[in-house]
Design a protein. Structure first.
Length: 145
């Protein structure tokens, strides 16, 4: 099961139907991934002595999903390309932000920084990559899903 501490607002996940959802709000056991506000205006009272008056109803429709029902999106070469990565060498992936370029190695264990001291744990899912990118750059990773 995934936990709230793994997510940030804007993280991309799958719901059980296989649809991509975006985290908008985190609750204790669930998350909100979509909300809409519907506004309706109705005539309230009409009288021959007064002008028409109206009532306005505002209803917020919220789509909420339990953490048991979300599935992380596994990283693939195609998804890395959608995240802005470029591949020049077979297992080497590069992402640019500003004037900085960061090299990663994509293996069966996940995406790892190419560095003299490689990372111990590979990044396997899109939400982990989004969180890592924000941690090192202070900017959101644009994910075109």
């Amino acid at each position: 099961m995934l936990h709230a501490k793994e997510f940030r607002l804007g993280n991309k996940l799958f719901n059980r139907k296989g649809e991509v959802i975006t985290v908008q709000q985190l609750l204790s056991n669930s998350l909100i991934y979509d909300s809409q506000i519907n506004i309706s205006r109705k005539v309230a009272n009409t009288s021959r002595f007064y002008s028409e008056s109206y009532t306005t109803e505002v209803v917020e429709l919220v789509k909420e999903i339990d953490f048991h029902d979300v599935v992380p999106i596994a990283l693939t070469p195609k998804i890395l390309e959608k995240c802005g990565f470029r591949n020049f060498v077979r297992d080497e992936w590069i992402i640019s932000y500003g004037n900085t370029h960061t090299d990663f190695e994509f293996t069966s264990e996940g995406l790892r920084l190419r560095h003299s001291t490689p990372t111990r744990v590979g990044i396997k899912y899109v939400h982990q990559l989004q969180n890592f990118f924000f941690a090192i750059t202070g900017h959101e990773l644009e994910v075109d899903m």
